[in-house]
Design a protein around this ligand. Structure first.
Ligand SMILES: [Fe+2]
Ligand SMILES: [Fe+2]
Length: 139
C-alpha cells in the first residue's frame, strides 16, 4: 500500500516563528509520517498502536507547552485556544471508544482527523499567538 500521497510536508507558512513550537509541530508531522510508513510496511498492530500512543502523549505535552506560555504572557485568546485543545482531546476519546480494539481502520481515521485538525489548527488558531509570543521575546 503506497501512502506517500498522505504524507505531511513542513512548509514555512505553518511556522509560528518560535523555534521550540515549530520543532514540536514538525515532530508531530514526522510521527504521522512514521505511522503511514508503518501501515505501508504492514507493521504489526502492536507497533502501530505504539506509534499512536507516542503521538497522543506528545500532543498532550505540546498543548501543555503552548498553554504554559498563554499563562505566562496573559495571552488574550487563551480561553478560546484552550477550548480548541479540549475539543481535540474529546474527539480523540470518542474515536478511541468507537474502536475498542486497535485496527488499521482506526489508524486511517485517526490520520485523517489528525491531518485535518493539525493543519487547520496550525494555520488558524496557533497563528494567532504569534504576535503575543514575539512581543514577549519568544522566538
Ligand atoms: Fe494550539
Ligand atoms: Fe500547536
Amino acid at each position: 500500500m503506497d501512502l506517500n500521497n498522505k504524507k505531511l510536508e513542513w512548509n514555512e507558512k505553518y511556522s509560528v516563528g518560535v523555534k521550540e513550537l515549530d520543532d514540536q509541530h514538525k515532530h508531530m508531522f514526522d510521527t504521522i509520517n512514521e505511522l503511514l510508513d508503518a501501515i505501508s510496511n504492514n507493521n504489526t498492530e502492536e507497533h502501530l498502536g505504539h506509534i499512536i500512543e507516542t503521538l497522543v502523549k506528545y500532543k498532550v505535552f505540546h498543548f501543555a507547552t503552548e498553554e504554559k506560555y498563554f499563562e505566562e504572557f496573559h495571552y488574550e485568546e487563551a480561553e478560546e485556544h484552550v477550548s480548541k485543545h479540549k475539543e481535540f482531546n474529546e474527539k480523540l476519546t470518542k474515536m478511541k471508544e468507537k474502536y475498542p480494539t486497535f485496527s488499521v481502520d482506526f489508524a486511517f481515521e485517526l490520520i485523517d482527523f489528525l491531518e485535518d485538525w493539525l493543519i487547520d489548527h496550525l494555520m488558524v488558531t496557533d497563528q494567532k499567538y504569534k504576535k503575543c509570543f514575539h512581543d514577549h521575546g519568544l522566538k
